[in-house]
Ligand binder design. Sequence first.
Ligand code: SF4
Length: 467
Amino acid sequence: MTFPTEQLLFTPAAPTSQALSLLFAFPNTYSVGITSLGYQVVWGLLQARSDLRVSRLFTDIHEPLPRHPDLLGFSLSWELDYVNILSLLESLEIPVRSKDRTHGCFPLVFGGGPVLTANPEPFADFFDVILLGDGEELLHSFIDTVQIVQGADRVTQLLTLAQVPGVYVPSLYEVTYHSQEGAISAIQPITAKVPPQVSKQTYRGNQLSTSTVVSPKAAWENIYMVEVVRSCPEMCRFCLASYLTLPFRTPDLQTSLIPAIEQGLAVTNRIGLLGASVTQHPEFDQLLDYFTRPVCADLRLSIASVRTNTVTVKLAKILTQRGSRSITIAIESGSDRLRQIINKKLENEQIYAAASAAHQGGLKGIKLYGMVGLPGETPEDLEATLLLMGDLKRQTPGLRLTLGCSTFVPKAHTPFQWFGVNPQAKQTLQRLQNRCALKGLSIGRRAITGRCYKPCYQEGIAVCHIY
Ligand code: SF4
């Protein structure tokens, strides 16, 4: 397979003769990797530097690779991709463990992204350096320092890099656990030359991320992605997408978002609005008005999962006019009681209203994300979900309902991080499917690969299609 013809939205710098060679990898296929906005943005930042010569590497395709790269970087979006990192290291004949890469002929292996930032320790052995937090400024600080220590021995390199805020060098810290499968009891630097704590970096600028490349082979063909918000102010107790990236940030509509969208419209008619809680942008209504202009008549607009009580007829109409057939809302459960436990500020009445608005606006379907195995869940909560789906079916005939239900997986940094995985969750999921079947609802199963950000920290999804 060869690289498809891509449209770049930036001008790559011409590498100087002294440029360091850098492999920038995504541990999945090209189609999945190029649809990751995080991967695109970091690639654009790296390519804009004349002191780097960058080659991209995916599991199925790569650009011409240098024989002995100086740096190998990984962008991580999904935990299930970790195993592919090991395969890629092996295929490049690079030792998988950092401790075996002590001499200079091996590249410095670094990684970043939400999954590594949230919980770097399970995979710390495989990285020389882990970048914690937003990459916008951190990446440049890291590369600038790499340039300074280029040519030094590996120990000096790592000690120097460890001084950069947000740069975690796992080999310079000793981590002890209460038991083999227990919690961490202490993290101590092995030398006084490195900071005792590494702080996650938070980008505070007004300009959030936008696509740096538009590709016909992206999972959503030729899509240009715009990050409309970062984080989410709702703070549902299980939600990594909220807690990991706080504070909630919203770029200004006129000076930031619209110019960014117009850059994309110059090369494609397909726009994707991204973010954990897109409709909570304070100027979202004006943004919708922007898309109703006649000049946007050929536009295809996609939107990430939206907060249920922000689904309006106006939103549904515009999505319908701009090529969307369905909308996705995360309800988590049909039980108001359980949603109170998880701090999901949503009531069943609002779910009915959202479905009705979607229908009135002309959308053909609504996808509902749910979870089982949540802390505090009882069998009655499962019944409440079934009841809700049945009622929705009756109240909005003709609207295609899809329930995608996964098992709760606790995530670091969230209030539910210590609850553990409910060992009954998979049976509960199966019971939900069986009960759907008994109620005459047609049921399907599917894997979650390719879905964006929020579902990536859930696993084992079952999907019930309800007609
Ligand atoms: S689950 Fe949705 S509404 Fe709740 S904090 Fe996460 S993104 Fe926000």
